[in-house]
Design a protein around this ligand. Structure first.
Ligand SMILES: Nc1ncnc2c1ncn2[C@@H]1O[C@H](COP(=O)(O)OP(=O)(O)O)[C@@H](O)[C@H]1O
Ligand SMILES: [Mg+2]
Length: 582
């Protein structure tokens, strides 16, 4: 650009200077020739009269020759007088006196016709370009000869040479000035454009802060302004888009649901981080691959395909069986593009929810059952009493005792329920402190002493000198009572109960071992469920609600502890719980 402007500028200057020079040269040439011509002409006319007069007065050849010689040197011109035959009568240049006849010379010819003759020729005798002016000499209206004046044109040549030199130098100086100006000028024009090109390049590279500052006015200023406005709005748009993209990314990545999107060809176009884990593949690896390569579940694939074909929202459940059985709900919505339809699927793991739902319904069924059983027998016995049994004192007493037992059972159940519900929704979190676990064991055993004595159990406590846990005292007492109560209940009379306290790195482990009825493996896996009681017929005689171990588990979880069970049918059970050491 800059070079083009520069070259154009130089060419224009060069051409105009050359044209000017040539025209000037031409004019100068014309002007000088004309000047010489008129000088020769007027001199010739004066000479014409003088020579005419001399001739009329009868001057001889020598007299004329002398006059011509004098005048010639005065006028600084060559003067020749020629007779009508063309012979030279007199010549200021004495060497040319005897030379050939002049009749055929064009200027002489014209003069002999009575006109003023003029010619520019190369003189072979003088070896120069010459101008000749010839006028006729008349006597009594008849032409008797010719006076010719000539001047070499060397002067013109010299003058035009110096003009040529001037033209040459002006052209050169002009070109140098033009060079300087055009390089400055072209730089000035192209600088803002170069700046703009650079800024545009920067923007293309993502630098939207780029601004063009120009001191120019007019079009360049307007262009720079529009450019800056454009970058501003571009920056704004990019910022908005990035912001929106970031928000979407945050939403997608913080989603616990698995999200997968496919285009109309069923090729993966998006996978959120949860889905990466679910399908065990990186988003980058999954992109543009067919859904079947990523999704191993036939049901899920079919549901997504259904949406791609029908373009309607689908909400379905499917199961996977490995490594364990899990239930998922998938909501698939179509992504409507111009003519095609993609799909986005959100997959939610429903396994825990299903389990909770099942537990809840079972819980309600269990409570109803547990409350109904004593109520049925209470109302049965009351009816029997009302039917007349109240009249028989022994029956009356017996039935009332049963009614008392059943209502006690109900009270126990309701108390356990209240306790459990408080435990699940605590109003205030249980305050933890340094708890002397040995003291707590003794307290629990004291509370259960009557039951132990009734069954004549041997109770052994093995403990270190000191053992402290970091927990809530109430919670520790409650879980010890629940475990010891079970050990007493589910061990035949004269059995043995052992309580062993041990330190285990960060924890204190407490085992409650009995020589009781024990449990099978399947039973063990369920005893911590609410209301679960092993073989209801077996434990019918033993009072209980099936909430004890559920409470234990809950309490331990809240205290940062855990529990494990070892048991063998008919041989006994060992429950070992751990609590953080204080
Ligand atoms: N030490 C134990 N020996 C044998 N079975 C036990 C023992 N502890 C608990 N179980 C079994 O686990 C079930 C659940 O116990 P728990 O939740 O305390 O309820 P509950 O004592 O009210 O029946 C009991 O019904 C019993 O069958
Ligand atoms: Mg119990």
């Amino acid at each position: 650009m800059q070079k083009k402007i520069f070259a154009t500028y130089m060419i224009v200057v060069l051409i105009s200077l050359l044209v000017l020079g040539i025209l000037m040269l031409d004019k100068v040439d014309d002007y000088l020739t004309e000047g010489i011509e008129s000088r020769l002409m007027s001199n010739a006319k004066i000479l014409q009269r003088v020579v005419q007069k001399q001739m009329a007065e009868g001057a001889n050849k020598e007299e004329i020759q002398r006059f011509i010689m004098d005048t010639g040197s005065d006028l600084n011109s060559r003067i020749t007088v020629i007779d009508i035959e063309g012979n030279v009568i007199a010549d200021s240049d004495i060497r040319s006196l005897e030379i050939e006849n002049h009749k055929s010379r064009p200027e002489v010819k014209n003069a002999l016709k009575g006109e003023v003759g003029m010619s520019i020729r190369y003189s072979t005798s003088l070896k120069k370009n010459m101008m000749y002016v010839a006028v006729p000499i008349q006597r009594n209206n008849a032409i008797t000869g010719v006076v010719r004046l000539s001047l070499p044109l060397v002067e013109i040549k010299q003058l035009s040479n110096s003009v040529l030199r001037i033209v040459f130098w002006t052209t050169l100086i002009g070109l140098i000035i033009a060079f300087i100006f055009s390089s400055l000028f072209s730089k000035k024009i192209t600088k803002p454009l170069q700046d703009m090109a650079m800024a545009a390049g920067e923007i293309a590279r993502g630098n939207y802060n780029m601004k063009i500052r120009t001191r120019e006015n007019g079009e360049i200023k307007a262009l720079a302004n529009s450019f800056n406005i454009m970058t501003d709005s571009l920056q704004q748009t990019v910022r908005e888009l990035t912001d929106r993209k970031r928000k979407i990314e945050v939403v997608l990545s913080s989603m616990t649901d698995n999200l997968i999107a496919v285009d109309h060809n069923c090729n993966v176009i998006m996978l959120n981080p949860s889905a990466e884990g679910f399908f065990k593949i990186n988003e980058q690896d999954a992109l543009n691959r067919h859904l079947l390569e990523i999704v191993r579940n036939q049901d899920l694939y079919e549901y997504i395909n259904e949406v791609l074909i029908n373009g309607q929202v689908v909400s379905k459940e499917f199961k996977i069986f490995k490594p364990e059985e899990r239930v998922f709900r998938v909501n698939i919505a179509p992504i409507l593009e111009e003519n095609n339809c993609g799909a986005v699927a959100v997959i939610r793991d429903m396994t825990e929810f299903k389990k909770l739902e099942k537990a809840r319904t079972e819980f309600v069924a269990n409570i109803s059952h547990e409350l109904k059983t004593p109520l049925t027998s209470i109302s049965g016995f009351i009816e029997t009493l009302l039917d007349g049994a109240y009249k028989r004192p022994e029956d009356c007493l017996h039935f009332l005792e049963i009614i008392k037992q059943e209502s006690d059972r109900m009270t126990r159940l309701i108390n356990d329920l209240i306790y459990f519900s408080n435990l699940e929704n605590p109003k205030t979190p249980m305050a933890k402190s340094k708890v002397d676990i040995i003291k707590m064991i003794n307290k629990a055993l004291n509370a259960l002493q009557t039951a132990i004595d009734e069954k004549r159990h041997e109770v052994i406590v093995k403990k270190p000198d000191k053992a402290y846990v970091w927990a809530s005292e109430d919670a520790v007492i409650q879980l010890l009572i629940n475990l010891l109560d079970n050990a007493i209940k589910y061990t035949q009379p004269d059995g043995k109960i052992e309580v062993i306290v041990k330190e285990q790195s960060e924890y204190i482990a407490v085992s409650v071992a009995d020589s009781g009825v024990g449990m099978s493996r399947e039973e063990i896996s369920r005893i911590f469920e609410r209301f679960y009681r092993v073989d209801k017929s077996r434990s019918r005689d033993i009072k209980g609600t099936g909430l004890g171990l559920a409470v234990v588990k809950h309490l331990l979880k809240a205290q940062g502890g855990d529990i494990s069970v070892k048991s063998e049918l008919g041989k006994g059970s060992t429950f070992t719980f751990r609590l953080p050491k204080a």
